[in-house]
Ligand binder design. Sequence first.
Ligand code: ZN
Length: 408
Amino acid sequence: MCKDKLIKYLSRLDFGVRHYTFYFTLSQADRMKVFFNANDDVAVARPQKISFGKAEAPSFHQDVRERVDEYFKQNDLSKGANFEMKLKTFLILTLWAGTYLLIIFQLVTPPVMLILAMLHGFSMALIGMNIGHDAIHGAYSKNSRVNKILGLSFNMVGANDYVWNITHNIVHHTYTNMPHYDEDIQQIPILRMDPTQELKPIHRFQYIYAFFFYCLATISWVFVKDYVKFFQHQIGPYYREKFPRNEIVRLFLHKALYYAVFLVIPFLVLDLAWYWILLGFVASHFVSGFTLAIIFMLAHIIEGTAFPEPNVEGKMDMPWADLQMYTTCNFAINNRVVNYLFGGLNFQAEHHLFPKVCHVHYPKISKIVKQTAQKHGLPYLTKDTFFGAIASHTRLLKAFGRPAPAMG
Ligand SMILES: [Zn+2]
């Protein structure tokens, strides 16, 4: 009885907080119960293994893959980075290093340094979206070593490539938008991002305050989230018994290096009051956090996307590739600035179907994906403009903050 109460209590806690309470006293079976009952009053374990439906041949997935492969073959193109991508990599890294060096050598006045710090924050987001994201997916190059090295750019901006690979590549890309399984839509209890989460009175205002929490996204990665997720046995339906020792060393080493370069050195060498330095650090992270969070949100938490759940046996009523089409939304795909800056994340359907194709190819293959989706009777969700997508995201947040059915 007492154990049941504990399970129920723990299942109501935030993923991260839960791990540091009495979670460790439970057996593995009971931990599973806690996890799969999150935000739920019913003490019935959710299915731990998810299986996806099988489509009749030729499936959409098979069809779209063959057509896209044909495109690369016909045009004699590699699926990895092309010259444009390499140039972009160079420009982004130059912006990142240049802004830091201009600040650290104090070549400008403090207010200009603050602007540079914000620009530096923007370059961090660009690194994450354009270089790290592609490299960790294995999309940048055919050579896995190149991907491994460029994946380190993630750690260079304070995040952790190993944690990202689990939370993003494995969990988010497999169980996209599935409540209780995709942790991307269950970030913090104060944000209700899917219709199954418990509605609290404060959620009524989430369409306003959500944007402030987006600003905290990368500060949270740098100081809290990566550590919490790293030492969490269960991330979504993904379970790990042990944490690789070399990854533990890498986590602490890379974090320490990041703190040294971006916090300790500025405090030691800059001839400025401490609050200027702290302000610069926070401002850079506000810009990077906001940019990253909003771009990732627009792709899934937007009017029109679905939040499907499996049946009691863990079976989804659709194949995996079809799920991607129902849960992802493209935006501003004719906007050259958005296409260039945001790592192809505005071509989210293409990205989810072809995560191992470098994002510079998405605009070209989008026509094939759209046609094939239409042929198979699947949606191809798009919002025409960037600000239209932000407005739609805001409306959905507003709807999820109220009791009425929220699907747009
Ligand atoms: Zn991805």
